[in-house]
Design a binder for this molecule. Structure first.
Ligand code: XUL
Length: 533
């Protein structure tokens, strides 16, 4: 299909704090953006950061009607801005991962017969068995996680099937908790959606399938067969297969927008709805990762995603089905000790100056004279350990490093850890591999140089503000084109703006860090054994 400026593709992102939309034309140019901020624009729901944190501090939910009202408001804003819905050829979207929505018996009938004279929030008031949806910030399901792992034969078995061990925020345990604590509401549920497939259902006027990629964040999907795992379903809650519907590829075209959107907003009857997915998979698409690439986001918490061919699920991190190529996988790792610890070390070792911090990185050799440090101010997710642990070149524990060595040890340690755990999930550096760096710290070239040296790959920077939204718009375009011609995602987005090359690896780095990675792995095991975690 020729790139056309008259065809538009929409990407929505139902994220934790706001609902966003981006429109691109056939040349991949962004032509429209809008958003609705939940706390400030829908104050009647009294959320903070888009959520309600309950008295136990562990239960975290969002009102499902808030998301619907936000969509009414967003479409209204777009109309007021003169947005022409009739030009939209396809739409897709993403949602915060793991959150779940419980449609009440009879809701699908309502979805199929929406009166265009009324708003979605008026029409769907009574459509939910559970009014407050559990979201990814919830950590109240430890008993359900323990039960799932022990019943199924241990964490390793669950990892082998679903790509992740049991996590409190993952949807399976959330569903189990609802079924156990509110059996009446569970009984009255006709369908369970993820936030992503719930949002797709609104546009489709029918229950939308859960896609393989977001479905991988539930501890319920067998990531190799891409079917629900019978044993996981049976261990989680009764009657679940029917409640979830069959999962579909993330690139699937689910149908056309419902007549409601045609009559009320002027969408074309042919506008396709492409399966919605999770926000991380959508960002993966927005950053246009390719095989061998790794994306490193350096923010409050650091995250790493990579494209992998052969998954090797591990006890840490997650393997999800790949959102743009169903034969492949994506690995996702989260690290809690990100920029806050970089700032603490900057304050303590370099008088609060990034410039002096950068000098320390430049003035210390690659490999830092064999010194290695682990810096976990708060309990780390990957690996599960806490505290600061320093080792000299003979693997002896030491109580402190000089300021310069400390700075380098922090950065080398953070990046060795990212490489080690990404490799444990199946990531491999191959010729042509790129590191795509994003987030606050990616503006510091000396930090990026260490990243490039440790990964032995060039580092590119990419502005991924709203990458989930952009990725969703790309996916809408790709979904439409692949259904017509089977064209791969990378071809559809090949003319998008390229990331900028920031630094290339020092030729001496490869050997030093290959060696150091082995020592780092051994020392990490020692830290895990020695530390009470
Ligand atoms: C990923 C996760 C978060 C949410 C944020 O596993 O829990 O990144 O997707 O929206």
């Amino acid at each position: 299909m020729a790139a056309s400026k008259d065809s538009l593709y929409l990407g929505f992102d139902f994220s934790t704090q706001q609902l966003k939309v981006m429109a691109i034309d056939g040349t991949l140019t962004v032509v429209h953006q809008s958003y609705v901020h939940f706390d400030s624009e829908l104050p009647e729901f009294r959320t903070q950061g888009g959520v309600h944190i309950h008295a136990d501090r562990l239960t975290v939910t969002s009102p499902v009607l808030m998301w619907i009202q936000a969509l009414d408001l967003l479409l209204e804003k777009m109309k007021n801005a003169g947005f022409d819905f009739s030009l939209v050829k396809a739409l897709s979207g993403s949602g915060q991962q793991h959150g779940s929505v419980y449609w009440r018996t009879g809701a699908n009938h309502t979805l199929k017969h929406l009166d265009p004279e009324k708003s979605l929030s008026q029409l769907l008031q009574e459509s939910f068995a559970v009014a407050d949806s559990p979201v990814w910030m919830d950590s109240s399901t430890s008993p359900q996680c323990q039960y799932l792992e022990s019943t199924i034969g241990g964490a390793h078995t669950l990892v082998d099937i679903t790509g992740s061990r049991a996590y409190e925020r993952f949807t399976g345990s959330q569903i189990a908790k609802i079924q156990q604590t509110r059996p009446d509401q569970y009984q009255n549920t006709e369908r369970i959606s993820l936030v992503s497939s719930f949002a797709a259902s609104l546009f489709l006027g029918d229950y939308a399938a859960i896609d393989f990629s977001d479905g991988s964040g539930m501890n319920l999907l067998d990531i190799r067969t891409r079917c629900w795992s019978e044993v996981c379903l049976a261990t989680t809650a009764p009657g679940l297969e029917k409640l979830l519907g069959a999962p579909q590829p993330s690139t699937a075209v689910l149908g056309c927008v419902s007549p409601y959107f045609v009559a009320r907003h002027g969408f074309s009857v042919d506008c396709r709805v492409v399966a919605f997915t999770g926000d991380n998979p959508a960002s993966f698409a927005g950053m246009r990762l390719q095989e061998g690439d790794v994306a490193v986001s350096l923010g409050t918490s650091d995250t790493v995603f990579s494209w992998i061919k052969e998954p090797r699920p591990a006890l840490e991190g997650h393997v999800f089905c790949n959102p743009v190529d169903w034969h492949s996988y994506m690995a996702l790792l989260c690290f809690k000790n990100g920029s806050l610890i970089r700032e603490r070390v900057r304050n303590e070792c370099t008088e609060g100056s990034w410039e002096v911090f950068s000098n320390a990185l430049r003035d210390t050799p690659i490999g830092n004279h064999g010194n290695i440090g682990f810096y976990f101010d708060v309990m780390e997710i990957t690996p599960s350990a806490v505290g600061v642990h320093r080792f000299d070149c003979h693997d002896n524990r030491v109580s402190g490093f000089s300021a310069q060595v400390e700075v380098k040890a922090l950065l080398e340690g953070q990046f060795l850890s990212k490489r080690l755990h990404a490799e444990r999930l199946g990531y491999r550096i191959i010729p042509g591999s790129r590191v795509l760096a994003t987030g606050g710290a990616s503006s510091n070239k000396d930090i990026l140089q260490v990243l490039s040296d440790v990964f032995n790959a060039p580092v590119y920077t990419t502005d991924v503000a709203n990458s989930a939204c952009l990725g969703s718009a790309y996916r809408a375009l790709h979904g439409l084109e692949s259904v017509e011609s089977g064209v791969p995602f990378s071809d559809v987005v090949k003319n998008a703006m390229e990331p900028q090359l920031a630094v290339t690896p020092n030729p001496r780095a490869k050997e030093v860090y290959n060696q150091m990675l082995k020592r780092y792995a051994e020392l990490e095991d020692r830290v895990l054994q020695e530390v009470d975690h």
